[in-house]
Design a binder for this molecule. Structure first.
Ligand code: SAM
Length: 250
């Protein structure tokens, strides 16, 4: 039986007792129907997980006895940042979930010139909270003990204007030369940090691709077919993890 894993946004001290926050307690009591003494794993995103036990379930109130901490390495050796131009509808939810499972460290939602989705500041704030909850649930499910960062949405030009110098960078582009850029070759040294950009449904404009190249992004083509933006994000992530990360040799 798989152990229940619960994220809590609180300091965790082995030997201590924690009253679960209302939403986590309701999930444990009502959905999981947990009982006193049931084992549970807690994590708070600091990289460790805590072997714990339900102390008491009283109505919707749940107390957990925090047990031993274990630092378990399930993070990618590369700090992968997905620069994702906002797709329509709820496709970003799907991208956040799958990218978290596949080990992304940070997601930056971008608005580019052909982006259809425009968010007000209030909408952006509630979207980020929603995507963060999806990332937390994906960490609970996939065993990750670090939750990826999800930035506030911003313009592509604004992001490139503030980007630092470190790490390897790729822009996924169906019109990139099929000849792999030197940095993308299988024998290239694995970086410690890697940013990769995926365009919106209508793709990047040529000036945006120029801006990305000037900022050090190498163009990569994922085969001869045009993928939907959400398919491209996942295919790119698997390609990167296979070439440089923790799917290498899998
Ligand atoms: N007509 C658009 C174009 O030519 O860019 C198609 C855009 S595609 C639906 C959305 C995004 O997914 C692209 O901007 C790119 O980042 C990525 N993408 C889709 N297919 C790809 C491929 N075969 N190679 C690399 N990137 C791809």
């Amino acid at each position: 039986m798989r152990l229940t894993r619960l994220y809590v946004d609180a300091p965790l001290d082995p030997g201590g007792l924690l009253e679960l926050p209302a939403d986590a307690a309701a999930h444990v009591a009502r959905v999981l129907r947990a009982r006193d003494g049931d084992p549970v794993v807690l994590f708070n995103g600091d990289g460790r997980e805590f072997e714990s036990r339900i102390e008491t379930v009283r109505g919707m109130r749940v107390a957990v006895a925090i047990g031993a901490a274990h630092a378990i390495a399930r993070e990618s050796p590369i700090a992968l940042t997905l620069l994702q131009c906002l797709p329509r509808g709820d496709r970003m939810d799907w991208i956040v979930q799958k990218a978290t499972e596949l080990g992304v460290a940070r997601i930056v939602p971008l608005v580019s010139r052909r982006s259809v989705v425009k968010l007000s500041a209030t909408q952006a704030e509630s979207k980020v909270a929603h995507w963060r909850a999806i990332a937390v649930a994906a960490c609970e499910q996939s065993g990750r003990n670090r939750v990826p960062t999800i930035d506030a949405p911003r313009g592509l030009d604004e992001h490139l204007g503030a980007i630092g110098a470190a790490g390897m960078r790729f822009v996924f582009d169906p019109d990139a030369s099929p000849q792999a850029a030197p940095a993308a070759r299988a024998d290239a040294a694995a970086p410690t940090a890697l940013d990769f950009a995926i365009g919106p449904e209508g793709g990047f404009e040529p000036q945006e691709l120029d801006g990305l190249r000037i900022a050090g992004f190498h163009g990569v083509r994922l085969g001869p077919r045009i993928l939907r933006t959400e398919t491209a994000a996942l295919a790119a992530l698997v390609w990167l993890q296979t070439r440089f990360g923790d799917l290498r040799g899998a």
